[in-house]
Each structure stands twice: as C-alpha cells, then as structure tokens.
Write a protein that binds this ligand. Sequence first.
Ligand code: ARG
Ligand code: ZN
Length: 409
Amino acid sequence: RVHVQSLPADAGRPAGQGVGGEDYQGHQVLKVFVADNGTLDLLRSFEGNPDVDFWTPASGLNPTVDVLVAPDVGRRLKEELTRSGASYTVNIEDVQLLVGRSGHPLTWTAYHSADDHHQYMDFIEQNYKGLCETFSIGTSTEGRDLRGVKCGLGKREVWIDGGIHAREWVSPAVVSCLIREYSQRSVNHQDLLRKHTIYMLPILNPDGYEYTRSGGSAYRRRRFWRKTRSRNPGSSCIGADPNRNFDAHWGETGSSMDPCSDIYAGSRPFSEPETRALRDFLLGRVHAMKMYISFHSYSQMLFVPYAFSKERPADYKELLRVAKAGEKAIRRTSGKAYRVGQASQLLYEAAGGSDDWAKSKAGIKYSFTFELRDKGRQGFLLSASQIEDTCTEIVAAVDTMITTSAEQD
Ligand code: ARG
Ligand code: ZN
C-alpha cells in the first residue's frame, strides 16, 4: 500500500484556532503524572501550541497536569509521554460530548427540518475551511435553496443526492451523515479526499420534504407525500415525481401523464425547477464528474442502469463490479443484505429517472441508485434510531465504490 500523504495542514482544521475553535470532536483532556523534570520539559514544549490548552499549569507545583488536546497533537503527546516513561490517564474521552452543544442543531438520532440541515451546512463551511464548502444549485418551486456541501481537493468528482422523494426521510439523514464523515472525520479518508471532490446535496426536493413534516390533522396524509409541490395548470392535483421528470425516455414505462398520480412525469421533461437545477449543475461539471449516486428508500437495493427498460449500458459489467463491491462493504460492515442489479429487473421499469439521465445524457460513467433500509417492517417510517447504523454501512459502501471505480477510469 502506498504511503498516505497528509492533506494540507490547514485543510479541514476547525476555524477559530485550535482548541479555541467551536468544535471539540475527538478532543481529549489528559491527566499527566509528573514523574520528574523530564515530564515537565516535555509538557512545556507543547506550550503555545494552539491545539493545546493547559487546564492546570505545568509549574512543577502540582503532581499532575490536566491538559486539553486536539486529536492530532493529543496522539503525539501521548506517544512522547509513553516513550519517555511518563504516565497519564484520559480524563475526558471526547470533549464534544460533554460540551453538548455542537454549534448546529443537526443530530443523527432524529429526523430534522431542511432548516436544520442548512444550519449544519453553515457550520461545516465555517469550521472546515480549506476542505469543505457549501454550494447551491438553485431554488425549489416554493423558493427553498437547493444546497449542498462539497468536500475534498481532488480532480475526480462524485455527486451524491438525497431527498428526491419527500417521504423517504432516511435519505437526507444519510447524505448529511456522509457530509459529517467527509468533513469531521476526514482523517479517515485522506487519500480519497486528496483525489476526489465529493458533492453532497441532502434534500433535492425540500418543498415535498417540508410538506411531509407539516400539518396537524392532515399529517397522516402529508407524511407519505412523494412528489414536488408545483402547481399543475388545469388540475387541482399538486406536484410531479422528480424521478420521472428527467429527460431519459421521459414519459415512457412506469410513469404517468396524470397530474394526480404519484408517478406523474410532469408536463414536460425538466418541468420542475429542482430537476432543472440538478441538470444544469451536472452538465456544467461533466468534464470531471465520474460518479452519480442517488439515495432513496426503502427496500435495501442498489441499482445499476438502466431503469427505463431491461436494456444495459455497454459497460454494465464494470458498473456491476463497482456496485457489488459496495454491497459487499455493507455486508462486511453491518451484515445487512442489499440486492444488486437493474431496477427494471429487481423492482419495475420506470423511465425518466435521474440515474438513467446521469448515465445516458450527462455521460457520467458510474451511476447508481440506493434504496436504503429497511425491507418494509417500518418502511418510510424507519425509526430514527437506525440512522447511525444505516449511515455506517453506507459510508463503507460509498468509500468502496469511489475507490473501486477509480482503479478503472
Ligand atoms: N423507487 C425508485 C423510483 O421509483 C427507484 C429508482 C430507480 N431508478 C429509476 N430510474 N427508476 O424512483
Ligand atoms: Zn424514491
């Protein structure tokens, strides 16, 4: 295995200088036992480092010294203490957990509003400068920003979206979790982030998403809304199915021309501002964009194009290879079974999808759609307590799929 070079020193470093920054993830407080002057000298050599904060002074008057350290410098200090024969205990394992407030309202133990997601993106932009920044591809029908975060410094680009369908709540949760992974846990992905830039947009259909979160007595009916929230001239029915609205065999099998249908293809290809925004953004980046991944739920499947029919792209085998590597990573991580194949074989034929369009029209070689957990016990109502575990298996899959595909093109 080749040596993994570090990201630039300031990439992804919390802003606001070291331990004074807003984010204490992975920061620890050590209690160091001062054995002799050697220990004191060692500790004092860390004084003035912005990633180190002495809670009690290394004055020699106390038999122990408490010191708050950021992850990297903490590792180094512990090594040097051990090497010099001094001992220490970890008083606080993860400072962030005790600080509580993390500077943003997002968690992965509950489902959150689009606004909470946006605040999290602001937080990431503020705290991971040089590694991640936010971007916007446009606005929804109701004027919501279609926002995402991109992380990485590489030329090879990957697109990830969630929330195309409103009721599939675990999808935005998992994409925001990928944002967390590639920003706050970037140390685990240095090689990948040097070679790639990963665009992650958690909620492509925010109007629909907010609709499923809204309402009192009508909540039961709103919770299972799937489409966008645009008006349809001449009909009292609202919205189109964004995943039938792309210009890839638009209006053919598995879609409807009835505005009241849940699989309404829209009045024309790209009639919806959300799908148009995605189209224009991706077409602007086709020179670098190598992979498209879209997250839906549910049924634990991973689709390879095409979905509009059983037709296969010329490089189907290569896409299948990458998908199977992703599926294997999931099995290794959580033991969950995901079926791999064409949607048209495993599910149904459905034209006008983003995955088919990304492959056949945008020319993005690797195009995939995930159907996340579960297999129907809870379905769209998947318990929020499953977000973290779903996220863990999907991080493994996405990581593997990106690396595995990079071997080939
Ligand atoms: N359940 C998803 C949908 O109906 C499946 C997506 C598979 N891809 C597709 N282009 N139909 O949209
Ligand atoms: Zn869906």
